[in-house]
Design a protein around this ligand. Structure first.
Ligand SMILES: Cc1cc2nc3c(=O)[nH]c(=O)nc-3n(C[C@H](O)[C@H](O)[C@H](O)COP(=O)(O)O)c2cc1C
Length: 176
Protein backbone atom coordinates (compact mmCIF):
# COMPACT_ATOMS: atom_id res chain seq x y z
CA UNK A 1 0.00 0.00 0.00
CA UNK A 2 1.45 3.35 -1.06
CA UNK A 3 2.47 5.20 2.06
CA UNK A 4 1.45 8.79 2.65
CA UNK A 5 4.02 11.48 3.42
CA UNK A 6 2.79 14.05 5.92
CA UNK A 7 4.91 17.21 5.85
CA UNK A 8 4.15 20.08 8.22
CA UNK A 9 5.51 23.49 9.15
CA UNK A 10 4.63 24.80 12.60
CA UNK A 11 5.85 27.83 14.55
CA UNK A 12 4.12 27.44 17.91
CA UNK A 13 3.35 23.73 17.68
CA UNK A 14 -0.28 23.82 16.60
CA UNK A 15 0.18 22.36 13.11
CA UNK A 16 2.57 19.83 14.59
CA UNK A 17 -0.08 18.63 17.02
CA UNK A 18 -2.64 18.42 14.22
CA UNK A 19 -0.21 16.51 12.00
CA UNK A 20 0.41 14.04 14.82
CA UNK A 21 -3.34 13.61 15.27
CA UNK A 22 -3.74 12.91 11.58
CA UNK A 23 -0.89 10.42 11.71
CA UNK A 24 -2.52 8.66 14.65
CA UNK A 25 -5.82 8.49 12.75
CA UNK A 26 -4.21 7.09 9.63
CA UNK A 27 -1.90 4.72 11.51
CA UNK A 28 1.88 5.02 11.68
CA UNK A 29 2.26 2.03 9.39
CA UNK A 30 0.47 3.93 6.62
CA UNK A 31 2.30 7.26 6.74
CA UNK A 32 5.58 9.01 7.55
CA UNK A 33 5.71 12.32 9.38
CA UNK A 34 8.16 15.09 8.46
CA UNK A 35 8.74 18.37 10.23
CA UNK A 36 9.75 20.98 7.66
CA UNK A 37 12.09 22.43 10.24
CA UNK A 38 13.80 19.27 11.44
CA UNK A 39 13.44 16.55 8.83
CA UNK A 40 13.17 18.27 5.47
CA UNK A 41 16.24 18.49 3.21
CA UNK A 42 14.91 19.25 -0.26
CA UNK A 43 11.84 18.75 -2.40
CA UNK A 44 13.22 15.33 -3.30
CA UNK A 45 11.80 14.31 0.10
CA UNK A 46 8.33 15.22 -1.20
CA UNK A 47 8.90 13.45 -4.50
CA UNK A 48 9.53 10.17 -2.66
CA UNK A 49 5.76 9.95 -2.15
CA UNK A 50 2.87 9.68 -4.58
CA UNK A 51 0.46 10.64 -1.79
CA UNK A 52 1.08 13.71 0.33
CA UNK A 53 -0.67 15.54 3.12
CA UNK A 54 0.86 19.00 3.54
CA UNK A 55 0.26 21.05 6.68
CA UNK A 56 1.01 24.74 6.96
CA UNK A 57 -0.20 27.40 9.36
CA UNK A 58 -0.73 30.99 8.22
CA UNK A 59 1.40 33.86 9.50
CA UNK A 60 1.99 37.51 8.64
CA UNK A 61 -1.09 38.53 6.70
CA UNK A 62 -2.07 35.39 4.81
CA UNK A 63 1.50 34.12 4.38
CA UNK A 64 2.95 30.64 4.76
CA UNK A 65 4.62 29.48 7.96
CA UNK A 66 8.33 30.22 7.95
CA UNK A 67 9.69 26.70 7.36
CA UNK A 68 7.76 26.45 4.08
CA UNK A 69 9.22 29.63 2.59
CA UNK A 70 12.48 28.33 1.25
CA UNK A 71 11.08 25.01 -0.02
CA UNK A 72 8.34 26.89 -1.89
CA UNK A 73 10.92 29.25 -3.34
CA UNK A 74 13.00 26.30 -4.58
CA UNK A 75 9.92 24.67 -6.07
CA UNK A 76 9.02 27.88 -7.88
CA UNK A 77 12.49 28.26 -9.34
CA UNK A 78 13.24 24.65 -10.21
CA UNK A 79 9.74 23.51 -11.12
CA UNK A 80 10.03 19.76 -10.45
CA UNK A 81 7.24 17.62 -11.89
CA UNK A 82 4.48 16.72 -9.46
CA UNK A 83 2.14 15.22 -12.04
CA UNK A 84 0.92 11.86 -10.81
CA UNK A 85 1.12 13.08 -7.20
CA UNK A 86 -2.02 13.35 -5.10
CA UNK A 87 -1.88 16.10 -2.50
CA UNK A 88 -4.26 17.33 0.19
CA UNK A 89 -3.67 20.41 2.33
CA UNK A 90 -4.48 21.23 5.93
CA UNK A 91 -3.62 24.11 8.19
CA UNK A 92 -4.74 26.10 11.20
CA UNK A 93 -5.50 29.79 11.28
CA UNK A 94 -7.42 32.28 13.39
CA UNK A 95 -10.81 33.18 11.93
CA UNK A 96 -11.43 36.14 14.25
CA UNK A 97 -8.02 37.65 15.04
CA UNK A 98 -6.87 37.16 11.44
CA UNK A 99 -10.25 36.81 9.73
CA UNK A 100 -9.23 38.97 6.78
CA UNK A 101 -6.51 36.50 5.81
CA UNK A 102 -7.97 33.27 7.13
CA UNK A 103 -5.73 30.27 6.29
CA UNK A 104 -4.24 32.10 3.32
CA UNK A 105 -1.25 29.73 3.36
CA UNK A 106 -3.46 26.95 1.99
CA UNK A 107 -4.17 29.03 -1.10
CA UNK A 108 -0.46 29.64 -1.66
CA UNK A 109 0.40 25.94 -1.42
CA UNK A 110 -2.53 25.06 -3.64
CA UNK A 111 -1.49 27.40 -6.44
CA UNK A 112 2.10 26.24 -6.35
CA UNK A 113 1.51 22.51 -6.33
CA UNK A 114 -1.24 22.78 -8.96
CA UNK A 115 1.19 24.69 -11.16
CA UNK A 116 3.66 21.82 -10.78
CA UNK A 117 1.06 19.36 -12.04
CA UNK A 118 -0.18 17.83 -8.78
CA UNK A 119 -3.71 16.60 -8.32
CA UNK A 120 -4.76 18.62 -5.28
CA UNK A 121 -7.84 17.13 -3.60
CA UNK A 122 -9.69 17.51 -0.32
CA UNK A 123 -11.52 20.83 -0.81
CA UNK A 124 -13.84 21.69 2.06
CA UNK A 125 -17.08 23.69 2.02
CA UNK A 126 -16.77 27.16 3.52
CA UNK A 127 -20.14 26.65 5.27
CA UNK A 128 -19.59 26.33 8.99
CA UNK A 129 -16.62 28.71 9.03
CA UNK A 130 -16.96 32.35 10.09
CA UNK A 131 -14.34 34.67 8.65
CA UNK A 132 -14.12 37.86 6.64
CA UNK A 133 -11.89 36.96 3.75
CA UNK A 134 -9.67 34.16 2.55
CA UNK A 135 -7.41 33.67 -0.46
CA UNK A 136 -7.68 29.91 0.14
CA UNK A 137 -11.12 29.71 -1.49
CA UNK A 138 -11.64 28.51 -5.06
CA UNK A 139 -15.15 28.12 -6.49
CA UNK A 140 -16.68 28.63 -3.06
CA UNK A 141 -14.65 25.96 -1.29
CA UNK A 142 -11.49 26.00 0.78
CA UNK A 143 -8.72 24.29 -1.17
CA UNK A 144 -7.90 22.13 1.87
CA UNK A 145 -8.90 21.64 5.48
CA UNK A 146 -8.93 24.83 7.57
CA UNK A 147 -8.70 24.35 11.32
CA UNK A 148 -8.85 26.93 14.08
CA UNK A 149 -7.35 26.01 17.42
CA UNK A 150 -7.76 29.57 18.71
CA UNK A 151 -11.54 29.83 18.41
CA UNK A 152 -12.98 26.47 17.39
CA UNK A 153 -10.73 23.79 18.83
CA UNK A 154 -13.75 21.74 19.87
CA UNK A 155 -14.49 21.15 16.18
CA UNK A 156 -11.01 19.99 15.21
CA UNK A 157 -11.36 16.24 15.80
CA UNK A 158 -14.62 16.02 13.85
CA UNK A 159 -13.28 18.18 11.04
CA UNK A 160 -10.24 15.90 10.71
CA UNK A 161 -12.39 12.76 10.77
CA UNK A 162 -14.76 14.15 8.10
CA UNK A 163 -11.84 15.25 5.93
CA UNK A 164 -10.05 11.90 6.11
CA UNK A 165 -13.32 10.21 5.11
CA UNK A 166 -13.55 12.61 2.17
CA UNK A 167 -10.00 11.74 1.07
CA UNK A 168 -10.56 7.98 1.06
CA UNK A 169 -11.26 7.59 -2.68
CA UNK A 170 -8.02 9.41 -3.55
CA UNK A 171 -5.65 7.89 -0.94
CA UNK A 172 -5.46 4.08 -1.07
CA UNK A 173 -3.79 3.94 2.36
CA UNK A 174 -6.91 5.51 3.91
CA UNK A 175 -9.19 2.88 2.50
CA UNK A 176 -7.15 0.12 4.15
C1 LIG B 1 1.62 37.28 14.22
C2 LIG B 1 0.57 36.29 13.80
C3 LIG B 1 0.06 36.35 12.51
C4 LIG B 1 -0.94 35.47 12.10
N1 LIG B 1 -1.49 35.61 10.84
C5 LIG B 1 -2.53 34.81 10.48
C6 LIG B 1 -3.19 34.99 9.22
O1 LIG B 1 -2.83 35.83 8.40
N2 LIG B 1 -4.23 34.17 8.93
C7 LIG B 1 -4.69 33.21 9.79
O2 LIG B 1 -5.66 32.51 9.47
N3 LIG B 1 -4.07 33.01 11.00
C8 LIG B 1 -3.02 33.78 11.35
N4 LIG B 1 -2.41 33.60 12.57
C9 LIG B 1 -2.87 32.51 13.45
C10 LIG B 1 -1.98 31.25 13.35
O3 LIG B 1 -2.01 30.71 12.06
C11 LIG B 1 -2.49 30.22 14.35
O4 LIG B 1 -2.24 30.67 15.66
C12 LIG B 1 -1.92 28.83 14.13
O5 LIG B 1 -2.59 27.94 14.97
C13 LIG B 1 -0.42 28.74 14.41
O6 LIG B 1 0.02 27.46 14.07
P1 LIG B 1 1.53 26.94 14.27
O7 LIG B 1 1.84 27.00 15.73
O8 LIG B 1 1.51 25.55 13.77
O9 LIG B 1 2.42 27.81 13.44
C14 LIG B 1 -1.41 34.47 13.01
C15 LIG B 1 -0.86 34.41 14.29
C16 LIG B 1 0.10 35.30 14.69
C17 LIG B 1 0.62 35.22 16.10
Amino acid sequence: MAKIGIFYGSTSGVTEEIAEKIQAEIGEENCDLYSMEEDFDSYDDLLEYDYLLLGCSTWGAGEVQNDWREPLFDLEVEKPDFSGKTIALFGPGDCTGHGKHFVGALGILYDQFKALGANVVGAVSADGYTFEKSTAIRDGRFVGLPLDEVNESEQTDQRIADWLALLKPDFPALAA
